[in-house]
Design a binder for this molecule. Structure first.
Ligand SMILES: Nc1ncnc2c1ncn2[C@@H]1O[C@H](COP(=O)(O)OP(=O)(O)O)[C@@H](O)[C@H]1O
Length: 190
């Protein structure tokens, strides 16, 4: 699908602010995809559709989680975490995008997980570092991402965990698994 057509579809699903975020995620993801020699057309589509389900009603998302047999433990966490997994299914049923690599990158873009593919990491990090983001620690991730995307993912996971803990918020465990995996690989020389 052409970039223009894909952007038109998501524009209808999003607020203006979220649409502008999506365009910046797309541009960031395309730079990373070129650098890491990924299929830029596929990365482009994953970035454009990553927040496709973001503004669906939580009741509707809940039905998708049940009917699509997504992990039911998602329902114990904030609906903010539902739009990735639900979006990965919606783009197949509503738009006809059934590419497993694109769907998986959308599924995991908010929490991350262990054993992420390079493709999944690019979408996860592009969402985290796009130029509109200004949370504490984001520059550290921007500085390292073209040299060491594993370290970038570790730092993003650490920052998110620290932020959520400082607010006494529940934390979906896959982010801890990402943090532990990358810590083991990169920082203890294991
Ligand atoms: N493991 C997690 N557990 C709970 N909340 C999380 C976790 N990871 C991220 N979040 C929160 O989910 C929210 C949405 O994430 P965000 O990266 O803004 O997604 P997007 O912008 O693509 O919709 C943020 O408030 C973030 O702190």
């Amino acid at each position: 699908m052409e970039q223009k057509k894909a952007l038109k579809i998501v524009e209808k699903q999003l607020t203006k602010k979220r649409y502008d975020h999506t365009v910046r995620v797309m541009e960031t993801a395309l730079d990373l995809a070129a650098h890491y020699e990924l299929d830029t057309k596929k990365v482009e589509l994953a970035a454009i559709f990553h927040d496709y389900a973001k503004y669906r009603n939580p009741e509707e998302m809940k039905r998708w989680i049940i009917e699509e047999k997504l992990p039911q433990d998602l329902l114990d966490y904030h609906p903010e975490l539902w739009h990735g997994p639900v979006g990965s299914k919606m783009i197949e049923r509503e738009i006809g995008i059934g590419d497993p690599e694109i769907q998986s990158a959308i599924y995991w873009h908010t929490t991350g997980k262990r054993n992420m593919s390079l493709f999944e990491q690019v979408i996860f990090i592009a969402d985290y570092i796009e130029p509109g983001r200004d949370f504490p620690g984001v520059d550290e991730v921007r500085e390292v991402v073209y040299k060491d995307i594993d370290q970038a993912c570790w730092t993003a996971a650490r920052n998110t965990i620290q932020f959520l803990m400082s607010k006494n918020q529940p934390i979906y465990p896959d982010t801890f698994q990402l943090y532990n995996e990358k810590l083991g690989r990169n920082m203890n020389g294991r």
